[in-house]
Ligand binder design. Structure first.
Ligand SMILES: Cc1ncc(COP(=O)(O)O)c(C=O)c1O
Length: 331
């Protein structure tokens, strides 16, 4: 929310661009097209429609929120050419969890940078989840050069926290030391001493070798589970990057929000519940993260547990058609 407000104050504009399916919190201007239904996907020109993420989102916010398709550089370039001059900012999570956990492509980054140069909006990298991908955050891994970054979760070491970071020019908008700040930043949860102490401990533990180790474990996990699915002819797959992973109950390619939209929601719920029975806590959309106490033995356990949870769920949910049926695997 504060990054969006900062971008508005710095540009004097109100509109914002975000990607279909990506989640950036409960602020109206980004609570748009989080999980639209297929019959509402496209607007009249065939671009992603702006759909309120909840019934509370005002109509004028939808007019001011431009929704972009993930990793579709030519369509994004066309939309940004039309809308770029009224944008205050564009918010992007380089590995959006709810939109499939498929990393951003180099071509998309080029389109975004070129549009910023032409139209003067700010790029915000939402790294509330993806910050853990490298010691310097997610954006350098993908060549993204943001003006502002949003952070949360891991930087609080398990305590509630949120932060905005950026270069001196952009961050000056929040500066209250020279008089009234252009954008006031604060709230009930700001500068909570317990969260600061827990965050400092977590950030100290997450040094470069530790992040490299977690990323390797994540890569091992994705390879092992994908191999197990193929060997057992289970129509499912894992996406992700670094120490992040997400299960999908289909063997069709996952490229964006539309292709990752749960084809079998009841089966996915059963996987979530079944994984708990095997001692694994996933998010409700069956994504997860590797953490510091884990080692290669944990990856073996996790692989066995998740593969079995998916196999069990398919067996127990005969009323839902196997999503990979007809694709040559399982069914
Ligand atoms: C990627 C991402 N961005 C933003 C947020 C929102 O953070 P907050 O609830 O602190 O606004 C979340 C919360 O889950 C998130 O996962």
């Amino acid at each position: 929310m504060f990054a969006v407000k900062g971008a508005r104050a710095l540009t004097g504009r109100s509109a914002f661009a975000k990607f279909e399916g990506a989640y950036h919190g409960s602020y109206d201007w980004v609570e748009v097209s989080l999980a639209p239904d297929p019959d509402a996907w496209d607007d009249q020109s065939g671009n992603p429609a702006s759909i309120g993420g909840s019934e509370s989102v005002p109509k004028h916010v939808l007019d001011d929120t431009i929704v972009l398709p993930w990793n579709d550089p030519s369509r994004c370039a066309a939309i940004l050419a039309k809308e770029g001059s009224r944008l205050a900012g564009l918010i992007i999570d380089p590995v959006p969890s709810r939109a499939g956990m498929v990393p951003v492509s180099r071509e998309m980054i080029d389109v975004i940078h070129t549009a910023r140069e032409k139209h003067g909006f700010l790029i915000i990298s939402d790294e509330v989840i993806s910050f853990r991908l490298s010691y310097a955050g997610a954006h350098p891994l993908f060549g993204l050069r943001p003006d502002l970054i949003t952070l949360g979760k891991i930087i609080g070491g398990g305590m509630p926290i949120g932060a905005v970071a950026g270069g001196a020019h952009a961050m000056a908008v929040f500066d209250h030391t020279q008089g009234k700040a252009r954008v006031a930043l604060g709230g009930t949860f700001s500068a909570n001493p317990l969260a600061m102490a827990a965050g400092l401990a977590a950030m100290t533990a997450l040094d470069e070798p530790t992040i490299a180790r977690l990323n390797q474990l994540g890569s091992d996990l994705r390879a092992a589970i994908n191999l197990a699915f193929i060997e057992r002819r289970i129509p499912a797959q894992v996406t992700g990057s670094g120490s992040l992973f997400r299960l999908h109950l289909t063997s069709k390619p996952i490229t964006d929000y539309r292709s990752c939209r749960a084809p079998a929601p009841k089966t996915l719920q059963a996987v979530h519940a079944g994984a708990l029975d095997y001692g694994v806590l996933l998010t409700p959309n069956c994504s997860g993260a590797i953490s510091t106490p884990m080692d290669s033995a944990s990856i073996d356990q996790l692989t066995a547990a998740l593969t079995q949870a998916v196999a069990d769920a398919f067996t127990r949910q005969p009323w839902e058609k196997w999503p990979g049926a007809g694709s040559g695997q399982g069914g």
